[in-house]
Design a protein around this ligand. Structure first.
Ligand SMILES: [Fe+2]
Ligand SMILES: [Fe+2]
Length: 197
């Protein structure tokens, strides 16, 4: 039996992937910078968090490498907002860590809630494409199948960070509602912008 033919991407699907990979790369850069900025102030007062902070940072660094490689391979232009996100992410990490351990964890909780959802949307889109291709006796090809499982793994790691943040008293941050709503709103705007420019 011959393997199914790979369904070529439509122009719209290509545009979607370009935007998705661009925003993922920017988001992972931001994640690295947030943790890098949070770590020194947090460890000064809570040295026992060293292992956790390093674990989350290392996973983010891995995510960033993944999307850097994909962006380079497919010649996707990074977002024009790259320098702005660098400053914003560092300020967010530093600012929340100065407020204390709970605020730093609330920041992680807020960011990972949005990012987990964001990766979930991408996984759902790719599964939909796979389903449509299959209905026509075709498939989405090895590369997109691999991307689907990469996105799933990264999503799971982000949700793991979310759990760590909650276990470490994110909900005790004051003012929790204001802080998490502002950060979540900021994430959504950053995603919206980075998908487009
Ligand atoms: Fe990440
Ligand atoms: Fe993360």
């Amino acid at each position: 039996m011959s393997s199914p033919r790979t369904r070529p991407l439509t122009a719209e699907q290509k545009r979607y992937l370009d935007g998705a990979l661009r925003v993922n790369q920017a988001g992972e850069l931001a994640a690295i910078l947030i943790y890098a900025a949070q770590t020194p102030p947090i460890l000064r007062s809570h040295p026992h968090l060293r292992t956790l902070m390093k674990h989350m940072y290392d996973q983010e660094a891995g995510h960033f490498d993944t999307f850097n490689a994909l962006i380079a391979k497919h010649r996707i232009r990074p977002t024009l907002m790259y320098p702005v996100w660098r400053v914003a992410a560092t300020a967010l990490g530093w600012g929340t860590a100065i407020l204390g351990r709970e605020a730093a964890m609330a920041c992680t909780e807020a960011v990972e809630t949005e990012i987990g959802q964001h990766y979930n949307d991408q996984v759902r889109s790719l599964l939909e494409w796979a389903k449509h291709a299959e209905e026509k006796g075709e498939d989405i090809g090895e590369e997109l199948t691999e991307l689907t499982s990469t996105l799933r793994r990264i999503r799971d790691e982000e949700l793991e960070h979310l759990d760590h943040a909650v276990e470490n008293d994110a909900k005790e941050a004051k003012p929790y509602e204001l802080l998490t709503n502002v950060i979540r709103g900021g994430c959504r705007s950053a995603i919206w912008i980075s998908e487009r420019i």
